[in-house]
Design a protein around this ligand. Structure first.
Ligand code: ADP
Length: 315
């Protein structure tokens, strides 16, 4: 009888052709025609969740109510609510909880195992006991880093760490952060080159940019083998200041490039954990940069290394 433009678009219904035809012919969605059929036969309203697969997967909360005139059925009214976003968010939350549990369980299992080994006699084992205690300590440090990162992410996501934007000298800031990493780089046999002198003032939150740079430089050193090089650079281009951290390290395969900013996404799980990574660093970087009105991206050649960039509005 009637169809609005949204439904005709969703189900590919041509109103002129559908007019006067039954629901089986015009709706062409198995779940929906079944639901309408039930309501027409039973005379009672019904609701169900339905999925549509073209052009993309959509989830609908479908409500169908019988229409009556003078007590006799004349048809049914269909109302569809698009709940795709809601269902997706629920899925993201479920995945996140599963990931967090898994990430917490691994170090906890190790702490528990070593503590039991010590209790069951290894305390007397002078050659190994110190090593066991060190492992327990390392795993505890990793756990607390994980919890710190999680709290950080949650503060940023809930808007409790709103950036305070002021004109910030990114060159001085990046040089200072680089200085803090010189020793760590040298220990791994990696050369760390600080940014060249030159004015690069952006509208940014200095503390947050510091955290972003520290994360990127830390990763660059972590994923670069001895003999490699990490370079921090700044460039003012149009209305933006672009910061980059390039390394000559292991690189990132093309298929993983778009996903490294996701929470807990790791290219190689073993290598990241070995290096003490939580898998949250780049997610924090992305949130911090975007909250300051900037953007972040990565380029990688394999072999050849990776280059992480972020752009902030020039001041
Ligand atoms: P992690 O704590 O595991 O380092 P991040 O969120 O900082 O977590 O990074 C996510 C993943 O991206 C890392 O596990 C690693 O596989 C990859 N990655 C990040 N930075 C680099 C880099 N400079 N070179 C190669 N791979 C990198």
């Amino acid at each position: 009888l009637l169809v609005n433009p949204a439904l005709s678009r969703l189900l590919g219904i041509d109103p002129a052709q559908a007019r006067g035809r039954g629901h089986l012919e015009s709706l062409r969605h198995h779940g929906l025609t079944e639901l309408v059929g039930e309501v027409l036969r039973g005379g009672r309203p019904a609701a169900r969740e339905l999925r549509l697969f073209s052009p993309e997967e959509l989830v609908f909360d479908a409500h169908v109510a019988p229409l009556q005139q003078d007590g006799s059925p004349t048809g049914a009214l269909v109302v569809l609510h698009d709940i795709t976003r809601l269902r997706r968010l629920e899925q993201v939350r479920r995945d996140f909880i599963a990931n967090v549990s898994h990430e917490l369980r691994t170090p906890l299992a190790s702490i528990k195992g070593y503590a039991e080994t010590l209790r069951d006699g290894a305390l007397e084992d002078k050659t190994h006991r110190l090593e066991f205690v060190k492992t327990i300590e390392e795993q505890a440090v990793h756990l607390s880093k994980l919890v710190d990162d999680l709290l950080d992410l949650s503060l940023i996501e809930s808007g409790h760490r709103q950036p305070k934007l002021t004109a910030t000298d990114l060159q001085a800031l990046a040089a200072d952060v680089s200085r803090h990493f010189v020793a760590a780089a040298a220990e791994r046999g990696v050369t760390l080159a600080p940014p060249a002198a030159g004015p690069s003032t952006a509208l940014a939150d200095a503390a947050q940019v510091r955290q972003v740079l520290a994360n990127l430089i830390d990763n660059a050193i972590k994923y670069t083998e001895s003999g490699g090089r990490v370079e921090v650079a700044l460039e003012t281009k149009g209305s933006e200041v672009i910061a980059s951290v390039r390394d000559t390290g292991v690189g990132i395969p093309g298929t993983d490039l778009t996903r490294v900013f996701e929470r807990f996404y790791r290219v190689e799980k073993g290598r990241s954990r070995e290096a003490g990574g939580t898998g949250l660093g780049l997610a924090i970087v992305k949130h911090l940069v975007e909250a300051q009105g900037g953007r972040v991206w990565v380029e990688s050649r394999q072999p050849g290394g990776s280059a992480f960039f972020f752009a902030l509005p020039a001041a």
